[in-house]
Design a protein around this ligand. Sequence first.
Ligand code: SF4
Length: 410
Amino acid sequence: MQTGSQALSGLRRLSSIATKSEPFSVYIHWPYCSSKCTYCNFNKYVDPLVDHERMQASLLRELKTELKHWNLDQRSRPIRSIYFGGGTPSLAKPAMFQSILETLDDMCNMSQDTEITMEVNPSSTTSVETLKALREIGINRYSLGVQSFQAHILKELGRDHTPSSALRSLRDARAVWPGRVSMDLIMGHAGQTLSDWIKELRFTLDVVDDHLSLYHLTVERGTALHRDVAQGKILLPDHELASDMYDAMIEITEDVGFEHYEVSNFARNRAYSLHNSGHWLGIDYLGIGPGAHGRVRDPITGDLFRTFNIRDPAGWMRQCTEQGTGCRRRVAIEPDEFKQELIVLGMRTSRGIELSRFYQLTGQDLMKYLNKEATESCLSAGLLRVTPAKVYPTERGMAVADELVARLLP
Ligand code: SF4
């Protein structure tokens, strides 16, 4: 019989072999915004005196250090995706994107298939010429934070763009990256009725490209929205209305050919986000920039680590200068924690979890790991499907993904 430590070392060997040619992703965090949205709890700063040169130099320094540390500067592991997020990366200079992409191209295995996304705030986009210049640099996917096409909602959210600037940005981006533009939209605003939401969604579907991320407005601690809700100044839709909005969203997006491939994500013409789906599939990703975090496997031992960077840009830049990286902690991920993470993420996707992939990454038979009784009851309740190759949630299962996972975990 296998002991716990034998199983663990077997798993590490297995995972180490599995990762030798496995793709990985890179996330780059640009932490600055022109103003703060009322609902946002991301790591962002409003600073009129951003030191662009120092920021760029620090990002490059950390990128090189981390690529070497994790042995990712090897041609054997292709880059699946690169994601410039924030904050508002569209406030950065084009030279920042160019230098990062040139460095990755020099040190790693980048190809035509590498998805390179830039997150954009409509207020910080300029001319079609600028967009074309970004495309020349290598950006091949564009994610626009529209959030709403209603002026009063944008005002409530503290967004600094207008419906017309969002429409213009979307139109320009679609002209430069046809089929590769995503946009975010938020539902569940104060006073929003079901018919308001349906109207907003139908309007959006008339103008959107092939990818859409739809989120419920969530109240995060430490935000202006949290304070206003706590003081009773703002009343958000109750659970029943929020759930009706979700159901309407599923029905209406499906009618116009969008596939609901993750709880909050919809794609047409298979325009899935490679970057996000990489997280759900358990693919390694490097986190670069203030407050970024990553999940990377040690190339020698096969142990999996979560990395956490210093959040404050000044402190992060200082440590990058002194130590080559602004990483403040590398924490080993326990095998059980990783298995549960794969299940939590997989049950949010229509694709679910492939049994062979789960075994490749964890050395565990998924069907033996899941709670047997719960699996059977979720199957008969129509929340889950099991085939010889995979386990996946039904549309109804995805709608209650958190509850489904809570039942399935051992
Ligand atoms: S633009 Fe994005 S990151 Fe910046 S405050 Fe608004 S939601 Fe947060």
